[in-house]
Design a protein around this ligand. Structure first.
Ligand code: DGL
Length: 220
């Protein structure tokens, strides 16, 4: 049975791992996180890279033939370096700027992500490449991942932030951190009738299927 590694700083990746298990019942999913060092989103990228490499290597040593980096923070800063250092294919996750721009009717989107993701060159490139005339709002979500990891979601705070996004005219909200997938339903409910909410699990699963098919072809 093919083993797929899924990695995140914390429980964000668990939501992705569960989605993979639901869609690909014939695979074994090995989930690893780095709860001790999370949140990654407020740490210097070089420090985070030092945490991530040994964990990914461990997944390779455990027999994973592909690894999903279920972390926007790690993908946006380090995917290229990791692809050079880790010997199996890596599937990354990054904020869905392009699909959001395609969906917006008003021309204003919100990207909810960690401070590190928002500060990354890759995210700047995504906006440069795909946002065009679309206005991109980046609410301060710096406390969200920690709050979600520690099961201490402050619904009133989330409501204020979602209301502020909608009042600013946003009609598409991008969940650009996998931790936020756990509060997707809450955000969807708060934004109902005003904005849609998008996150990348489906896209990641399609990408993963393509990578597995290619690997199987190479083996046969
Ligand atoms: N879940 C991670 C992401 O998608 C990061 C959360 C954190 O550790 O700050 O960016």
């Amino acid at each position: 049975m093919i083993k797929i590694g899924v990695f995140d700083s914390g429980i964000g990746g668990l939501s992705v791992a569960k989605a993979i298990e639901r869609s690909l019942p014939g695979v074994e999913v090995v989930f690893r996180n780095d709860h001790e060092h999370m949140p990654y989103g407020d740490k210097p990228p070089a420090v985070v890279l030092g945490y991530v490499v040994p964990i990914l290597q461990m997944l390779v040593d455990q027999g994973c033939s592909v690894i999903v980096i279920a972390c926007n923070t790690v993908t946006t800063h380090h995917i290229a370096t990791l692809r050079r250092r880790i010997s199996v294919p890596l599937v990354g996750i990054e904020p869905m700027v392009k699909p959001a721009v395609q969906h917006t009717e008003i021309g204003i989107i919100a990207v909810c992500a960690t401070p590190a993701t928002l500060a990354s060159k890759r995210y700047a490139w995504l906006k440069e490449a795909y946002a065009g005339e679309t206005r991109v709002i980046e609410p301060d979500c710096s406390r969200w991942a920690y709050m979600i990891e520690h099961d201490a979601v402050n619904e009133a705070m989330i409501k204020r932030q979602v209301d502020a996004m909608c009042t600013a005219g946003v009609d598409v909200i991008v969940l650009g951190c996998t931790h936020y997938h756990w509060i997707e339903d809450l955000i969807r409910k708060l934004a109902a009738g005003r904005a849609i909410v998008i996150q990348p699990e489906e896209a990641v699963i399609s990408r993963l299927k393509a990578v597995i098919t290619k690997a199987n072809e190479r083996q046969s």
